[in-house]
Structures are given as C-alpha cells and as structure tokens.
Design a protein around this ligand. Structure first.
Ligand SMILES: [Zn+2]
Length: 306
C-alpha cells in the first residue's frame, strides 16, 4: 500500500532503507562519511532519499514518511540539540526535510530507534520491558517500558554512556570523568588495540579474533569486563526482561558476550536471579533504520485508522 524510509545517520556512515508497511526491506543503501559537516551529510542524506523515491515501486499511498535517527540529544520538538561524537549543534533537520518532501518526518535518537526496531522486529519482539545498548563510537541506551519508548521529560533519557564508573578516571568530552564509554565503547576498544604502526579497522579486529590472536582475545575479554560493569548498573536500575546489545563484534564473536555475562552474574543484585537475558541484537546494523521506518509506519496506520 505504501513505503517508508528509515535512515540511521552515524558518526561516520549513513545507513538507509526503504520498507513496505510490514517492515520488509525493499531497497537499501549504505554510505561511508568522510566528514562530520552537517551540510555535507545533509546533501548525502537528500541524495539517498531521492534514490529511494525514484526507485520505489508503484503503490496507492506512495511514500508515507521519512524517519531519521542520529546519535545525540533530540529535544521534544525533534530538533537535534547536540551530537557529542560528530559535534552537531542546534540543527532543525525535521523542518527542512519535511518542506522538501511534504511527508511526515520523524527525528529520533539512534539508541531509541534501535530499541524500537528490536522491539517491533528483532530480539525483543516478545518482551514488554527492555533496554537496548548501542555500542559504537560512544554508548547510548534506549529504554522501552510497557512497550513504549521512554524519552524522559526533555527527550534526553538514556545517556548512560556517561555514567561514572571511575570517579578518578580520565576526562570525557561531556565534562565528567571516568564515563562508561571511555572504557567500553568501540572507540575505547580501537584505542586499546591500535598502535602508531598498527591501524586497525573494526573488521580487522573481528578477523584477528576469529584467528585466535592472543592480544586481540585478551582485549576483547577486557571489553566484556567493562561492558559488564555498566550493564550491572543498568540491570540493578531498571530490572528489565532483556538487555539487547548492538555491536558487530558482540554479534560475531561469543567471547565478549561470555566475559560480560560472567562479570554481570558475579556483580548483579542476587535477587534478580535468572529474570533477565543479555542478548546480541538480531537486526544488527539495520536495527536503528528499521526502528525509524516502523515509527513512520505506526504514525501512518494511526492516521488512516482514525
Ligand atoms: Zn562522559
């Protein structure tokens, strides 16, 4: 009947999909970003939307809306307030995209979008209360309570990448010290494995882990340890049914998950027992884009059935 666009704008990539109203991906496009500039990123974003619209199959409703997520603070009016790892400030992407395409546009925080994607289509389909942890350049979490996204009073909930796990730790870009993401993010992992002579990509790390490289395996074990420290705080705070972890290494190598699980079970409040699951994302890289597409679809279905 119609098609929805979901786009995840990361720190160094844009991942976009076109789905039908059941969330089946009809077209997709991935693009690596060379620059953090909001203007350049917006041009690439518009090219991508244009590509989807021109290649979209014929349908009665055509394009029903566009959903875009970014890793940062989004206020109640869906304005981008700040993205700590790409340094965007006060950007009203919603109005400009809406004016251009004349369809409903939704802007959301990337971890919220991923949480929604996993809730509707993925690992959390059968759960009502979940926490989604996005581990990329930074760490963000999406909170779903009784099947609804919890955004906080101003829209800024879920910044748990900046919870303090070492009060004497190194300085963080947020102004605090010893934040969780300084130890357990993709950026932290790369920093621990790279040297001046050795520049590694994320795929190199996955390959080295599969080759049982001792140095890489030890670093992954530590990665799991630091993740476990923060996850213990999350489980003790929210008592969710499941925590869904979105990260390519966790999804492709069991070591991090095992190390994380053993750290959590030795630390977490004992009364939680076996009430929770720690699961890798089942949608992987597409989780946030699928979440955005389904936010658009939900809005459309609410309008047509009203
Ligand atoms: Zn911080």
């Amino acid at each position: 009947a119609g098609y929805s666009v979901g786009i995840d704008v990361g720190v160094d990539y844009i991942n976009g999909i076109l789905t039908d109203l059941e969330g089946t991906i009809v077209l997709d496009q991935y693009c690596h970003l060379e620059s953090n500039s909001p203007e350049i990123t917006k041009d690439i974003l518009i090219d991508m939307i244009h590509h989807f619209i021109t290649h979209m199959p014929q349908s009665p409703y055509g394009l029903i809306g566009i959903g875009i997520c970014v890793p940062g603070l989004i206020d109640k009016d869906q304005k981008i307030v700040f993205t700590p790892n790409s340094n965007w400030r006060d950007i009203d992407l919603k109005s400009s995209i809406q004016e251009k395409y004349n369809v409903p546009v939704f802007i959301e925080n990337e971890a919220n979008a991923g949480a929604y994607g996993e809730k509707v289509f993925g690992a959390a389909k059968n759960h009502d209360n979940i926490i989604y942890v996005s581990i990329s350049t930074g760490i963000g979490i999406g909170v779903i309570i009784n099947n609804h996204l919890y955004r906080g009073v101003s829209g800024f909930s879920g910044e748990m990448g900046h919870m303090t796990i070492d009060f004497n730790g190194p300085k963080c870009s947020c102004g605090n010290r010893g934040c969780w993401e300084l130890y357990a993010s993709e950026k932290a992992l790369l920093k621990n494995l790279q040297t001046k002579e050795k520049k590694l990509s994320y795929q190199d790390i996955i390959n080295l882990a599969h080759l049982n490289d001792i140095g890489t395996l030890n670093t992954l074990q530590n990665f799991g340890f630091y993740l476990g420290i923060g996850l213990t705080n999350i489980l003790n705070t929210f008592n969710p049914q499941a925590v869904i972890l979105r990260n390519s290494i966790i999804e492709s190598h069991p070591m991090v998950l095992n190390s994380m699980r053993s750290e959590v079970s030795s630390r977490v409040y004992s009364h939680l027992g076996n009430s929770y699951e720690l699961l890798p994302s089942s949608l992987g890289q597409n989780a946030p884009a699928l979440g955005m597409s389904s936010i658009v679809i939900d809005h459309f279905l609410d309008m047509v059935t009203m």
